[in-house]
Design a protein around this ligand. Structure first.
Ligand code: C2E
Ligand code: MG
Ligand code: MG
Ligand code: MG
Length: 291
């Protein structure tokens, strides 16, 4: 009986592996046409300071496939990386983001920073730093207004070459943010060797902030590291007021998460910014009355 059960579960496992394999294979095939067939688009998630005022957005890639429905980036970015499609997607992300954020900031007559996720394969393209600088300036932004989110796992690949590119980008004025900090295989020496402006506390720590003393300690440590190295700290995945208050008490500088806003299409972001300004201005008469 037991042997039969085991055999069944092995079968089930085999079938699941096979399903994942087939699905990934199909994703790779479809991804090739996704750019030209206009299936990709961007959403932008607000980032706020300790007073709740908008300071920037993170650009997040979206894919609505006619055949497979909505596929989250967690599922297709890795496939794009391994199949050589990442440079193509990366180009799309950079072009579309610059275009949409330039026209929105012009429309609102307001500037805020724009964070773009950069993957290893993108970063290692020939002349990435100088090409990006050209694109950004041609798109009407200065590198100082752009945040490049990189993950620590980037450095296991090719520490020396990756470091050179990151240093080059930083010298050109880009802000460097270390995404998903604490979840990867980095060593703290990365922080010592590289010019990093911001640490992002990963959602997986924030998720447990009100339940798990270890998660709390981890967050406090990340914030302390950030402060000691003169970096700012942004927490992602903030979903409740309680989480936000705790992060504030720990000294976190910036916040991003569903509690403030979900990733938004550009038109919804426009409305969000107007609303956010209004809130902020309504609170102002208090200051305005002071000489
Ligand atoms: P990430 O850079 O850490 O992005 C944050 C993720 O957390 C986003 O998921 C965002 O929608 C989600 N998130 C933010 N706040 C909350 C919250 O309060 N609750 C919950 N449940 N989730 C929240 P998304 O958009 O699915 O992206 C997943 C990952 O895919 C990103 O993680 C990033 O590593 C990658 N990715 C997304 N867009 C791009 C891109 O344009 N280029 C590259 N290279 N990677 C990208
Ligand atoms: Mg990110
Ligand atoms: Mg992140
Ligand atoms: Mg994350």
């Amino acid at each position: 009986h037991k042997a039969k059960q085991e055999k069944n579960s092995v079968e089930l496992y085999r079938r699941e592996v096979n399903d994942v394999y087939l699905r990934n294979y199909r994703i790779e095939q479809l991804l090739r046409g996704a750019v030209s067939q206009n299936e990709l688009y961007m959403q932008y998630q607000p980032q706020v300071d300790r007073r709740g005022h908008l300071i920037g957005v993170e650009a997040l890639l979206r894919w609505q496939s006619p055949e497979m429905g909505f596929i989250p980036p967690d599922q297709f970015i890795a496939i794009a990386e391994s199949s050589g499609l990442m440079p193509l997607l990366g180009e799309f992300v950079i072009n579309r983001t610059l275009q949409e954020m330039r026209s929105l900031q012009d429309q609102l007559d307001q500037s805020f920073s724009v964070a773009i996720n950069i993957s290893v394969r993108q970063l290692m393209q020939a002349n990435f730093a100088s090409l990006l600088t050209q694109q950004v300036t041609a798109g009407g932004f200065q590198p100082q207004q752009i945040v490049l989110e990189i993950t620590e796992n980037l450095f296991i690949e090719d520490m020396n070459n990756v470091s050179k590119v990151v240093i080059d980008l930083r010298n050109r004025g880009f802000n460097i943010s270390l995404d998903d900090f604490g979840t990867g295989y980095s060593s703290l020496s990365v922080l010592q060797k590289l010019p990093i402006d911001e640490l992002k506390v990963d959602k997986s720590f924030v998720d447990y902030i009100d339940r798990d003393e270890k998660a709390r300690k981890m967050i406090k440590n990340i914030i302390a590291i950030g402060k000691n190295y003169g970096m700012s700290v942004l927490a992602e995945g903030v979903e409740s007021e309680h989480q936000m208050r705790m992060l504030q008490n720990f000294g976190c500088d910036y916040f991003q998460g569903y509690w403030f806003a979900r990733p938004l299409a550009v038109e919804d972001l426009r409305r969000y910014v107007l609303q956010n300004n209004k809130q902020f201005n309504d609170a102002k008469p208090f200051n305005a009355s002071q000489p």
